[in-house]
Ligand binder design. Sequence first.
Ligand SMILES: NC(=O)C1=CN([C@@H]2O[C@H](COP(=O)(O)OP(=O)(O)OC[C@H]3O[C@@H](n4cnc5c(N)ncnc54)[C@H](O)[C@@H]3O)[C@@H](O)[C@H]2O)C=CC1
Ligand SMILES: CC(=O)C(=O)O
Length: 308
Amino acid sequence: MATGAGSFSTIAIIGAGSVGCTIAHTLMLRRVCAEVRLVDIAEDLCRAQVQDLQDATYLTNVRIKYATPQEAGQSDIIVITAGAKQKPGETRLDLIEKNYKVLGSVLKGLQPINPLGIILLVANPVDVLTHFAQQMSGLPRNQVLGSGTLLDSIRLRGLLAQRLNISDNSINAYVIGEHGDSQCVAWSSVTVSGAHISLIDDIDESDKLEIGKTVSGKANAIIRAKGFTSYGIGATAANICEAILFDQRPVYPLSCWHEEYRCCISLPAVIGRTGVVAQIPLPLNEKEKEQIEKSAETLREQIAKFQT
Ligand SMILES: NC(=O)C1=CN([C@@H]2O[C@H](COP(=O)(O)OP(=O)(O)OC[C@H]3O[C@@H](n4cnc5c(N)ncnc54)[C@H](O)[C@@H]3O)[C@@H](O)[C@H]2O)C=CC1
Ligand SMILES: CC(=O)C(=O)O
């Protein structure tokens, strides 16, 4: 857990809905930064969320304030959660028309953006929006990233931890590709404390398929019952912000530009104060290579719809 940022560090959250406020709450509880700035087009809602969150700040003294888009643009990290969410049965890609427009207006409002700032995309479809934020924000590509499949990888580790009865922290497992239906599990590199998982549990193909489906379908299963997801992404986004502000350099599967795939897609990357510090090669078998190429193709098709 973070022990408090050295300098006066600020994180802005654009979109004070379920996800934005859960991220703000988690940032505050973990003392990731000195100040969290909330922005939303719905001003009354945003002011009310700030007041409610302020009632919890006595726990850590992290400041939570209502901010203008211009103030938010000067923050160390800008987390974008503004936009429509999936209705039951909708895919993340179904949100692109609406959320492309929202992203455009959000980025315009933030200008001039802190040249040393990091933009973290959370709104869906997160990979496609990360691509457009890289184009529209004016920041170098390494400073604009998406939460990508870190959340899916955490869901995967959770399932494997239950199956093996081993702590998820001892399991290294990546979901790669789109944060969406075309994602895939990189089974060939799943390890438990350094040993390939097949040495501990010979998971057959039908079980692998079932686990993969459960992971990629988890958001929809939650949305069908409660209308949205928020705690998982709250933890994940706060964790990414902490890694950035404290230059912790963990390897996370996040959405960032990959020259090989010509889009923003999730594969392991090192995260630090300047955003994506390096990309780490992941050995993939032939099937996994095909799956990630297909996933990239799905994303490129969506991007092409908006290129003139
Ligand atoms: N990447 C991930 O793993 C996850 C992504 N999400 C995505 O996060 C997004 C937000 O989800 P929720 O918070 O549940 O939705 P929500 O509807 O509760 O909140 C969205 C907020 O965005 C605001 N907003 C809309 N246009 C805006 C603009 N131009 N400027 C400022 N604010 C604006 C709305 O007023 C609303 O308060 C969705 O796209 C959802 O799919 C949700 C969970 C996980
Ligand atoms: C909604 C979403 O993208 C998730 O919970 O994975």
